[in-house]
Design a protein around this ligand. Structure first.
Ligand code: MIC
Ligand code: SF4
Length: 643
């Protein structure tokens, strides 16, 4: 067996591996963050248990930390009270970004983790099978229920050779994105192997598995070896280590080899993480902003590296330069080492240990800016400045560019520099912002705090016999969940669906929300038409809940991404795939449709006939729903079934 098969087979609750069918697996750990967590725990409460049923569940606060008004602070108090009441760990704002902290304190080889954040696979750097999902799926896992997924195919990426100086883990994953792109990888798990992996520390492996989310794969994972042991030991968690390597005769659905020696520093150009070039191709372009941080590149090694390179140097006056250490642990360590001083003396701005700029929470760049960042997503509008171009690079490249004020190859710029980083023997452990669960008897009288911003999770109605629809919007390929449901300044409405729904597709068509409501008034449900790879990116189930609130009943696309598809089904919106993609061309906003006997058509699991009233023709859509998914759709969503 390969590593993925080993973990799946030891966690299998339903279905069979190796078949093209759905499987259900046991989840050992869960994580949530505050932007998806409030909804997830409202859903957990709706299930009605008095305790979590996992080995470890952690509720992190790291996304909505700009308290502009009472909403976020209220949400955080709600989350803290939930953790106290039901037995979760609670990681307070300032303790760090969920994925970095989870890697440091909880991730364990051989275990499974489900997180309401698409970058949950970061923990795959530790040999853990870690998967991102919508909040409702995580709520069910917290309650001890299985997580369902199509039995994955495993793609092996062999890393051979050794990286050249100033070529990094980030450049490896950017190369993988260049090779595989962000589309067409649904249903795969990437397993890394080859002799090159022994030169990569756990945080470097985690940079690679983190950004695997951008490939659209279910997860990415490294074996658990001596490198894993050393990291766990330094985190004073040696007992969590188990060895986990593929058998000698393990097989894979596909294989790919990357020679690390041949890699050069890379960059993902606007507006997609797969728009990858070698840095040399855009060298010399002026740069306005450089930001280091996010769950991709904010480990102690990353910060040690940039701070060492900054010693005695000055940031170019034309650049705004900010650094957000990934966790309190990282921040404490660079403070103790004195490395922080290098950053500040060079002209760096110290940012909070949170997601911050990565999700457009502050640091929006100037108009038309060239902004270099070490995070994982550069989707249109995500930074908060629509006219800006976001370029994704390694911390080493980011520093070279911040020093020169233009795109610069770090390998050439730092050619005479030697970095002698080795893993610390002991990481600093200070858990005063990580609150441990209470004993069961202490939990009984804990009240749940709910501020006025927090509503109940809305529900859909059971699917009617027929659907009368109007095309509310037609969009193109690679529509991300950031297009559907903008985050940044609107994150504070994550618990207030009424309000948040007003900005659905805001950056694509500001009238979308009001048009949908008008269609409802006229007796129509709404249909969204899309191209390839619809719903890329985040796990935010709001990209399903808010459209549901606006009467969206069907999403008809050329292809769809895994987490978003699951979220739509969980909330009773039917994701349909064009039988003939050419039909896409002849659809226009405002077209009116009727799907007769939709319930019966779905049960037959054959092609769905969608009749267009406006031009009196019929197009067909494919379905591939499991029995479980069908039940959710017919009932108007998973919450109705759970109830
Ligand atoms: C993101 O990076 O897009 C987020 C914000 O972390 C999301 C979750 C969310 O929208 O709250 C994700 O990756 O799932
Ligand atoms: Fe936070 Fe950005 Fe990572 Fe999402 S990708 S978890 S917003 S740091």
């Amino acid at each position: 067996m390969n590593v993925v098969e080993k973990i799946l087979s030891s966690h299998l609750l339903e279905g069979q591996l190796g078949q093209e069918q759905e499987i259900g697996i046991k989840i050992d750990q869960t994580l949530t963050q505050d932007a998806t967590g409030t909804m997830a725990y409202l859903e957990f409460e709706a299930i009605g248990l008095n305790s979590i049923k996992t080995e470890i569940s952690v509720s992190y606060v790291d996304h909505n930390t700009l308290q502009d008004g009472y909403e976020n602070a209220d949400d955080h108090l709600y989350l803290q009270s939930i953790a106290k009441k039901y037995g979760l760990y609670f990681s307070k704002a300032g303790n760090g970004i969920c994925h970095q902290v989870h890697l440091e304190r909880f991730a364990a080889p051989g275990k499974t983790l489900l997180g309401s954040d698409s970058h949950t696979p970061t923990a795959g750097g530790m040999g853990m099978l870690a998967i991102g999902a919508g909040g409702l799926d995580v709520a069910v896992a917290v309650a001890g229920g299985p997580f369902f997924l199509p039995a994955p195919k495993v793609l092996k990426i062999n890393l051979v050779g050794k990286l050249q100086p100033f070529v990094t883990a980030k450049d490896i994953i950017l190369k993988v994105l260049q090779l595989l792109s962000t589309k067409g990888n649904v249903g795969y798990i990437v397993e890394y192997g080859g002799e090159g992996i022994r030169y990569l520390s756990v945080p470097e492996r985690a940079t690679i598995t983190n950004m695997g989310a951008e490939l659209g794969v279910t997860s990415s994972i490294f074996p658990s070896d001596d490198v894993t042991y050393d990291f766990l030991k330094a985190q004073q968690r040696a007992n969590d280590w188990v060895e986990l390597c593929p058998d000698k005769n393990a097989t894979y659905a596909k294989e790919l080899t990357i020679n690390l020696l041949e890699l050069r520093p890379m960059v993902a150009c606007p507006h997609s993480p797969d728009n990858v070039k070698e840095i040399a191709e855009i060298e010399g372009m002026p740069v306005n902003q450089v930001l280091i941080g996010s769950c991709t590149n904010s480990s102690y090694k990353d910060l040690y590296t940039i701070a060492t390179l900054l010693k005695g140097r000055k940031i170019d006056p034309s650049v705004s330069f900010g650094v957000a250490p990934g966790s309190k642990q990282v921040l404490e360590m660079i403070t103790k080492d004195g490395l922080m001083l290098n950053i500040i003396e060079a002209g760096g701005r110290l940012l909070e240990s949170t997601c911050g700029f990565c999700i457009g929470m502050g640091q929006s760049p100037n108009s038309e800016a060239v902004s270099l960042r070490t995070n994982n997503r550069n989707f249109y509008g995500r930074s908060g400045t629509e006219s800006a171009g976001i370029y994704l690079v390694s911390p080493e490249t980011a520093v070279a560019c911040a020093l020169t004020g233009m795109i610069t190859n770090p390998a050439a710029y730092f050619a005479n520099e030697k970095l002698n980083f080795s893993q610390p023997k002991k990481y600093m452990i200070n858990e005063n912002l990580l609150l441990a669960p209470l004993e069961p008897r202490e939990r009984e009288n804990v009240p749940i705090f709910k501020g006025p911003n927090i509503g109940s999770p809305p529900r859909n109605e059971a699917l009617p016999k027929s659907l009368l629809l109007r095309t509310g919007l037609k969009v193109g390929d690679k529509i991300t969940t950031d297009h559907i449901m903008p985050a940044g300044a609107y994150l504070k409405y994550r618990s207030n669906i009424d309000k948040y729904s007003q900005v659905v597709f805001k950056n694509v068509d500001p009238d979308f929300s009001s048009r949908c409501l008008a269609n409802i008034q006229e007796g129509f449900g709404n249909l969204i038409v899309g191209g390839l790879s619809y719903g890329q990116g985040s796990s935010r189930e709001h990209a399903a809940i808010c459209p549901m609130f606006l009467g969206v009943k069907v999403v008809l696309v050329k292809s769809i991404e895994r987490i978003h598809r699951a979220n739509l089904i969980n909330f009773g919106i039917i994701p349909l795939i064009f039988n003939s993609p050419a039909d896409y061309e002849a659809i226009f906003q405002g077209d009116e449709w009727i799907i007769e006997d939709i319930r019966e058509q779905l049960k037959l699991n054959q092609k769905i006939a969608i009749h267009r009233r406006t031009s009196n023709d019929t197009i067909y859509a494919q379905t591939d729903f499991s029995t479980r998914e069908l039940e959710y759709l017919l009932s108007g969503g998973k919450l109705n079934v759970l109830k």
